[in-house]
Structures are given as C-alpha cells and as structure tokens.
Write a protein that binds this ligand. Sequence first.
Ligand SMILES: Nc1ncnc2c1ncn2[C@@H]1O[C@H](COP(=O)(O)OP(=O)(O)OP(=O)(O)O)[C@@H](O)[C@H]1O
Ligand SMILES: [Mg+2]
Length: 376
Amino acid sequence: MVSISINEVTKTFGEVMAVDEISIDIEEGELFTLLGPSGCGKTTLLRVIAGFYHPDHGQIFFDEEDITKLPPHKRDTGMVFQNYAIWPHMKVFDNVAFGLEIRKVPSAEVRKRVEAVLEAVRLGGFGERTPYQLSGGQQQRVALARALVINPKVLLLDEPLSNLDAKLRVEMRHELIRIQKEFGTTTVYVTHDQEEALSISDRVAVINLGRVMQVDNPRDIYSDPHNLFVADFIGSCTFIPGSIISVDGGAISIKTPWGLPLEGRCTRTDVTFNKGDEVFCAIRPEDFKVQTPSSPHNDIPTKISSVVFTGRYNQVYADVGGTQRVQAELDAESKLKRGDTLTLHVLHKDTIILPVKDDLFAPRIQEIILGGAAAD
Ligand SMILES: Nc1ncnc2c1ncn2[C@@H]1O[C@H](COP(=O)(O)OP(=O)(O)OP(=O)(O)O)[C@@H](O)[C@H]1O
Ligand SMILES: [Mg+2]
C-alpha cells in the first residue's frame, strides 16, 4: 500500500486551465474521491497521477518517491477508464489475463490469479464468456478485475459506474467498497455524482474549475460546507442573504431581509466576521422544522407556496417576507397546503454562515435566491 501526494499540480491545454495548482495528500489504503461538475478537471488529474499527462508544474509522489517523470507502465497503477472498454472480441478470462501476460507472468500463475480476481468481483465461472454475454454491471466488474489483477499499488477509477442504470449503480457501490477494502489498494475514484461520492468514499475532494474547494470526510462535506460552491453542489440548500449583527464565540447573529435575526455557526477556522459583513446562510431542507411553542429561536415566518408529497416527506416551498423562498422537507403526516402561514424554525447548529467576500460563487448564489423569489 502506498500514500499519494499531489503537490501543486497544474495542467493546461492551450488556454484551458484544466488543473490549477492542486495539492492533495491521499493516505495509504484510502478510497479517495475527486468530485466535481463536468469539465472541472477530474479526469485530467487522474491521468496526471497515472502518468498519461505530464503536469506543467508540480509533482506526484507515491510514498516518498517522486514519480512525476516516470512513464505510466512503471507506476504500478491499475486504471478503469471513463467510458470503460473491455475488449469485446476477447473472452472475460483473456480480458483480465492481458495485463499479466504482457508482464510475462508464467501461465499457471496467470490462471490462478485471474480466477482469484474473478472470484473476488463475483464473476467466478464467467471466464469463458464473451463481453456481449454479460450485463452492464458484470462488464464493469470485468474492467475492475482487469485493473486489480496486476496487484497495483494504486487503483484509479474514472466514473466506473457511469454506464449502469440507477439501481445497479447503487448495488455496485456496495460491491466497490467491499472489493476496495478486501484488496486494501489505495484508490482514487472520480465521479460527478455527489451521492455516489458521499456513499463510497473515505474522503472526498470537491473540485471546481480545476481547484480544490474542500477536502473532508463525506459527513463533514455534507454538514460543514466551507464555501458556497460546496454548499450548493452537495445536496441542496436554501440560501439566505444577511449581514453580521454580532459574533459571540461560536454563535453568530445575522440580520435577514425580513428583519428577524438568525443565529448560526461558521464552518471555517480561517474566517473572522465583523459587524456589517455580508454573508449567506445555508440551510438544508431537512433542517427546517415546524415551529412549536417549545422550539428554540430562529423563527422564520413563512407562507406556503407549494407542497409536493414525495412519500417520505412533504417537499414544501414557502415564501418569507416577499423576497425569499425556503425549501423544506417536512413531516409527510402534516396537512399543509398552499396559502397556509407557517412558522418554521431551524437550529443554530444547522444554520451555516458563509462569507460572501472572496467567494467567486457568490453571484451565482444571488441568482439562485432571486430565481427562487421570482418563481410564480
Ligand atoms: N486533451 C485535451 N485537450 C484540450 N482540452 C482538454 C483535453 N482534455 C481535457 N480538456 C479540457 O480540460 C478541462 C477539464 O477536462 P476533464 O476531462 O479533466 O474534466 P472532467 O472533470 O473529467 O469532466 P467530466 O465529468 O465531463 O468527465 C475541460 O475544460 C476540458 O475541455
Ligand atoms: Mg472526466
């Protein structure tokens, strides 16, 4: 097992800055995910780690060894490419055996290792089939077996579940975690699917425009977004514009457009707020509750504009003060309807306060808020 150090890596294609000074340390045995929207540089970074692209600046280390100049075949990585291809004319066995044969592994050992790895991906006995006799999920597992069979130091997986239907994708997450933990191979996983990233990863790097926005474990990425991009990209949030009234230790009080204060917390240690600073509050839909007499403060007086029953909860859009819309997931039992007035509340710990200054994503959040308020 190795650790991977990505040190200030930059990669441009002509005018396009695909990877912009990215530094990430990945621990040995970790399942580490690069998550971000299409075009943010995930595949480019993975190809730099594999050695298919040379970075303009920066280095890649496997443990202490600088491998930046090492050609791909000397890096000991197994890769499943985006839009994976297993060779359609070759049997499953030969597809998987190929990597060992070019490494001149004796044929008795090839047979043993291929059979063992097919067993591990639950394709024991499928060796004689051709790919067109397999389902999408089985083909995906052949691609994974082909990457694993060489016992790579590092496994690089680029959207390996992208060609599967939704149900199979979810099943394959469990398989992937099982296989990765069984082999213990340090793995870099690329996806643009935030739910997939949160569900399979030990840690996630959220990437936008070639830059790292946040590196954390899935739980913290979800509950403690460090900036507006992460709050918006992962799950969904209602954003409320405000300005700082006071800061008292961890408790931050902000002025809202409808006049009542909201109390929240900051997820960043590198930010200090001053009175009057512009901020956005980010609140998850499941954190809004219907106010009861015993609820703590952070009251939000709303008027319901629409209710959609989804089975598990009511998805409620509600307007506040004429300029703001909140999106809440409320108890499916409650009888709510359009036009009702309803006071919501949200706990201080669930009200994330993020600075506007220096956040390039702030204009986009402003648009989202205006778009919500302008609807119907
Ligand atoms: N070989 C190339 N030549 C020129 N530009 C490229 C090349 N490869 C990637 N790019 C550009 O670099 C940027 C990052 O591309 P990359 O493929 O790394 O994105 P990605 O995050 O993997 O996206 P996706 O989720 O769509 O696969 C994009 O703007 C892309 O158009
Ligand atoms: Mg890609």
